[in-house]
Design a protein around this ligand. Structure first.
Ligand SMILES: C[S@@+](CC[C@H](N)C(=O)[O-])C[C@H]1O[C@@H](n2cnc3c(N)ncnc32)[C@H](O)[C@@H]1O
Length: 224
């Protein structure tokens, strides 16, 4: 998987995060080298980020990022029909953003890991109590890797997110080839059978063409 991360303003746009949301306890799943945790912690928020990548040092993660960066940018430049330049103005701005995000993550990772804000863990089994978080976020993992991550993995991972958080938001609902993920419908059916009311909502963020929807659901009867 591409070891890229995203910034607080991207999370706000991808997940429609309100000021109130940012005061809730947040779990970010599959965060990668994102600056979301560093930036929101600095602003007074409470975020825990999990990723199997966090078994490595900041330097090792940065090396993997630098190793992939030019190839990924070349792929983006070679497929202009797949990208929308609204949030980021063009591919050069996107590259600058990704490097700045990585630098922010690298500076925060050591102190953040010592404080327990970055944990090595993997879906579909998380090391948290039931209802440990107000809100779980998952960006560019579930649905994006449909076909690589199995349908059963999606169902188990979403059930686990429901177990540890009162509300869950997942973005985007498209695959790596910008096709609608075939895992969205089975996940929504499973959620409905468990008493959840999943909602697909349009959000402000769009980078993959057509990739501007998130899936959101809360525990039944929750008024948050
Ligand atoms: C494409 S990156 C997305 C990073 C970030 N959330 C973003 O939107 O830019 C996918 C991330 O998911 C992590 N990942 C892979 N398998 C995972 C799993 N089973 N549970 C949690 N994270 C996983 C990868 O290590 C990688 O950092």
């Amino acid at each position: 998987m591409i070891p890229f991360g995203r910034s607080l303003d991207e999370y706000q746009a991808m997940f429609g995060l309100s000021r109130r949301d940012q005061q809730r306890t947040i779990l970010d799943c599959g965060s990668g080298p994102a600056s979301f945790n560093a930036e929101l912690t600095f602003a007074g928020g409470q975020v825990t980020s999990i990723d199997p990548l966090y078994q490595f040092s900041a330097e090792q993660i940065e090396q993997r990022f630098l190793h992939c960066l030019d190839d990924v940018m070349a792929q983006i430049n070679a497929t202009p029909e797949n990208w929308t330049w609204s949030f980021h103005s063009d591919s050069k701005a996107l590259k600058r953003n990704r490097v700045a995000v990585m630098e922010c993550f690298t500076a925060d990772f050591g102190p953040g890991k010592a404080a327990g804000r970055y944990l090595e863990a993997s879906l579909p089994k998380l090391p948290f109590e039931d209802g440990a978080f107000d809100l779980a976020l998952c960006s560019h993992l579930l649905f994006l890797y449909s076909g690589i991550l199995a349908p059963e993995f999606h169902l188990q991972a979403v059930q686990e997110l429901c177990r540890v958080a009162r509300e869950v938001r997942i973005f985007p609902l498209r695959t790596l080839t910008s096709q609608p993920s075939t895992d969205v419908e089975p996940v929504c059916s499973m959620l409905q059978s468990l008493g959840f009311a999943p909602k697909i909502m349009q959000v402000e963020y769009e980078l993959q063409k057509g990739g501007n929807e998130m899936l959101s659901f809360s525990i039944p009867g929750d008024s948050v």
